[in-house]
Ligand binder design. Sequence first.
Ligand code: 6PG
Length: 227
Amino acid sequence: MAKLDWHTYPGADEVARAAADFIAEQAAAALQARGRFRIVLAGGRTPEAAYRLLRAAQQPWSAWEVYFGDERCLAAEDVERNSQMAARALLDLVPIPADQVHIIPAEAGAAAASTAYAPIVAKGAPFDLVLLGVGEDGHTASLFPGQALDRTAWTVAITDAPKAPRERVSLGLRGLRATRALLVLACGAGKRGAIAAWRAQEALPITEVTDGADGRVLLDCDADPSR
Ligand code: 6PG
């Protein structure tokens, strides 16, 4: 892969299937090359179906190491946490060793959690695959338009996110780009504008994070402005 490959599918179910297949492919390549697979999971709703499909994948789960691209500053068991979504969809259902699932301690508050998670990200990098969603405003992870993007920060504390909750922790540009490949998922007509702006290279977090990166973008027809 020398660049981002863009693929458009009829609907969200096909995007989820293609995402699960790509993740499994990347895992096989990483395991072959390095004996382990380090993946950074995306939050939000879009990736959940792909995580559910991965349950059936025949994977050497003990060689997987899981990180999170961002987390909402909510109680650890809050169902709205990205870590809880991933646990329900996949992590509680496959035998990845608990000490290889690196949950962002966002319940401690953005500043403390960002400080605590930064060395974990630095130690885990470079990742084999970073998953990303795209917001309707062009945000990705919890990097939102209008925020100064510190290129040196592994993690960032967010206290004014326009998408609830306002307080979050995100991998910074450095953390999200410290990977062999990216996988970006976007479904639904609400994302058309953000995808069009990204394709026009507008200065958005999704543009900055993916600029020059290797990987794959999976859209459904509704999210693809060229359809
Ligand atoms: C979050 C995610 C966020 C998400 C996008 C897309 O905490 O919600 O980190 O970046 O990936 O907002 O969300 P959907 O997949 O729900 O559209």
